[in-house]
Design a protein around this ligand. Sequence first.
Ligand SMILES: Cc1cc2nc3c(=O)[nH]c(=O)nc-3n(C[C@H](O)[C@H](O)[C@H](O)COP(=O)(O)OP(=O)(O)OC[C@H]3O[C@@H](n4cnc5c(N)ncnc54)[C@H](O)[C@@H]3O)c2cc1C
Ligand code: FES
Length: 484
Amino acid sequence: MQYSEQCCYPRPRMEVKVEVVLPEKDREKEELSPNGKASPLAYKANGTTRHYHHEERPIVLNPYTNPKDMVEASVCHVKDLENGQMREVDLGCGKALLIKQNGEYYAMGHKCPHYGAPLVKGVLSRGRVRCPWHGACFNIATGDIEDFPGLDGLPKFQVKIEKERVYIRASKQALQSQRRTKVMAKCIALSNYSTAITNILIIGAGPAGLVCAETLRQEGFSDRIVMCTSEKYLPYDRSKLSKSMDSQAEQILLRSKEFFHMYDIEVLTETQVINVDTKNKTVVFKDGFRMEYNKLLIATGSTPKTLTCKGKELDNVFTIRTPEDANRVVKLASNRNVVIVGASFLGKRCNCFFCLYLKEVVLKSGKVLRADACVIGIGRIAALNMLAQGTEINTIPYLWTAMFGKSIRYAGNGDGFDDVIIQGDIEELKFVAFYTRNDEVIAVASMNYDPIVSKVAEVMASGKSIRKRDVETGDVSWLTGKGS
Ligand SMILES: Cc1cc2nc3c(=O)[nH]c(=O)nc-3n(C[C@H](O)[C@H](O)[C@H](O)COP(=O)(O)OP(=O)(O)OC[C@H]3O[C@@H](n4cnc5c(N)ncnc54)[C@H](O)[C@@H]3O)c2cc1C
Ligand code: FES
């Protein structure tokens, strides 16, 4: 077992003191309410069930602590915004997203902290805004992220109405950063622990494992959390590997090594679990080391589907999963022929990256393709959300990709579809495809048709169904229109 160079923790000495800290619901009231009523700062320095450390404070964007950092501006007339509308407004030193829903005004960051999408082009519904690009959802009252991808929430700002004008008061720093990392607890058991015992063990350091660890800390959990990964790196954004295949892991990390130190989230790299004994709550690593846990999350993602045909064992046949895989393909494929097996999203993405090169792949039809590097690209589905124990999981699968500079978005689960209704113009690369089963829309894909996929995802997440006849008419403006 290797302790990550980036995130080192000492070897075993003493037994760990196990203390589970219960979540405290009533927190993060650091800002004024949307309608301008002040509520006091509510950080508890050290309550009976919650343990924050002073070091965590600097990264919390609390816009109301430093008056010099504040800016206030009149942004519009009350009549400029209808219920269910959003507008980007400029405060002079940065923009905010102003929202009106059910007669209340809300203001928060305008740019999605994931890849920077303009949220004004997203979908406002049921007290949250869904990003038009990859479907992340933000609560309009708190700015918190409620559905993934992405890790951070948005800063929220104070709104007041005076003489029929809407005013926003915001921190300049928050306007610049456009993101907010939630307040998190730290571990209080570290000085007296054994590496052979942990309270929480997370197998897998992908986004699912990372979100689990962060959510525990956000909920005030102050005991030991250990994540382990068979790879060499801290959690990184695997989805970037098929778009920029020459990426190094350090360039695509989801969090910095300082972040893991700050919140005492231990990451054991190159640590493969080979056995899990749930009866005795123990795992065994490849090097024979055993670790006891109190609670376990298995977030190991999925493995690429490999070829079963002749030639699968050749050196120039790859699957892409790690930075090394992607880098190797780039190195081998430069100015050569490449065959991509698997016409899913991933396969097609890689397609944009290569030009074809040497040797042969024989298709079942007898047709011969010449290739040296063969990439088996099978798309993957979103990770199981293991954070919602005790809470109903209500998330809609959302996938995206970019091909030749055009983005394709997909939401739902099209497994077993029996028809596809296409609206728009495929030739012009501006279309939406509804996948239906029986009389119901079960998935949607689009190109240049934002925010339709987010809108469909939002309708599906609300529990409503979309009938086939609703999308057959050609008029899908009821789906593309913004608002609730
Ligand atoms: C090349 C590529 C491109 C992609 N592009 C997109 C995209 O554009 N859009 C999209 O929506 N999704 C995309 N995906 C899918 C996306 O990356 C996954 O959905 C996401 O990474 C899943 O996260 P996860 O945390 O569940 O698992 P993973 O990110 O797969 O992480 C699994 C973790 O488990 C660890 N692990 C596995 N087995 C063990 C073990 N026995 N012991 C210890 N550790 C173990 C691994 O080392 C890793 O740290 C892409 C995937 C790939 C491979
Ligand atoms: S840019 Fe918003 S979810 Fe990706």
